[in-house]
Design a protein around this ligand. Sequence first.
Ligand SMILES: C[S@@+](CC[C@H](N)C(=O)[O-])C[C@H]1O[C@@H](n2cnc3c(N)ncnc32)[C@H](O)[C@@H]1O
Length: 297
Amino acid sequence: MSWCPECRRVGPTVTREDTARAQRTWAAGEHPVAREVERRTLGSDFGADGYATLSEVDELARILELGPRRWLLDVGAGQGWPGLYLARQTGCTVVLTDLPFAGLAAAASRSTREGLEGRAWGLVAGGEALPLRPAAFDAVVHTDVLCCLGPKLATLQATRRALRPGGHTAFSVIYPTPGLPAAEARRAIEAGPPHCGLRTSYPSLLHSAGFVGIEEHNLTSDYLVTATAKLDEAQRFADEMIEMLGRQEFDEMQAKRRLAVRAIADGLLRRSLFIAQRPRRAPRASETAFCPRSAAL
Ligand SMILES: C[S@@+](CC[C@H](N)C(=O)[O-])C[C@H]1O[C@@H](n2cnc3c(N)ncnc32)[C@H](O)[C@@H]1O
């Protein structure tokens, strides 16, 4: 995998609260037990950190029409899931971006093992400020990333700018079920990823960011199956996981997973796939109207 020239210098110093847990996990490296749990729960072995299963990612390849000579941007790619896998399977070229250097460093090793040099690039950057040439990408993907960061609208705007006119984005995200009473909404937010709370809706954010052709596909039933499997499989390998992460980290991770499984089963948390397109022509002013409810995100 190739690097933006600045990344090696600034990468390892980047630390933010949003990414601290991911960094601690990745510090464990490509641990065989973590990979075994991943294979049993998601079907992948690229160091996935969300709920995107192998079959879901294969579907993303089809939706985004990936193939040779197509450029894919994977925002919040962690250790390379799903971007590296998509590059390997479809022949596309991928740019992986994330904030912690450790995940992208693991992705670089995997890229070399997969022989993807020249077709995989790493860039340490926040999704909200992507230092990329406008309109350079045919497709943008991010799996379970917007629920882990604050600047959701700015990230969607940055991905829209990165797409060529007519290019598509497809992303999964976890969020509280709309219309919950306040106490249940608080429970959902506590049980979900760190920034899963939403004052607006994803279709509204996508519209405000200048996307058209917005579709939502509800993946919540798969999310419940995967979240339950992650809890159970990690428990099955508890001794090895504790050796890898430390007792406190493991216990906190499992407690959080129990909360999440209960919240999903009780209908408080949802996971959806959104698909949208950058317009082929310049948008009219009314299509990019500023949405005041999105401003705080
Ligand atoms: C749940 S993980 C998903 C990782 C990977 N896409 C996957 O499915 O395995 C969320 C990712 O979002 C990244 N992230 C958090 N804040 C970010 C930001 N402002 N910009 C880009 N990525 C961010 C985290 O570092 C982490 O890699």
